[in-house]
Write a protein that binds this ligand. Sequence first.
Ligand code: HEC
Length: 122
Amino acid sequence: MNKTFFIFILSISSLSFAKDIDGKTVYLTNCTACHGSLGDGRGPAAASIANPKPRNFLQESLKYGESKDQIFKTITNGVPNTAMPPWSALSEEERKAVAGYIFDLVEKRKKSDSNVASGKEH
Ligand code: HEC
């Protein structure tokens, strides 16, 4: 293989690696203290937070919308007068990535909700 071409390929792949922000990593770094590592709302700080409690993404629906855009806005602005802070310290890319991660949890919850709804009792 041509050496210049090989170096070219190498530099492209390291570039895209640097830009690849993983929503789960952003979540595990910033959100687990309250929302828990599984997203069940039972992080170590949750016990000392009065109502409203951190959202349990596995079981509860979102008050401020469940689309990716709405979740992104909630993360960006926080929820005033609650323990949920605005995440202006995170870059837009990081907020988008973590919004995608929460969105996936919401979609999983909806699927398991409909499994329950269409269970054997009906
Ligand atoms: C200091 C505790 C705390 C941390 C850290 C925290 N949250 Fe929250 N979060 C809360 C609380 C409390 C609520 C519930 C607010 C309510 O019910 O109005 C909440 C609610 C939410 C909601 C749902 C709002 C709705 O529509 O129902 C989302 C989405 C959310 N948090 C995302 C995140 C993300 C993403 C992170 C990390 C970047 C994060 N939170 C970090 C405390 C926290």
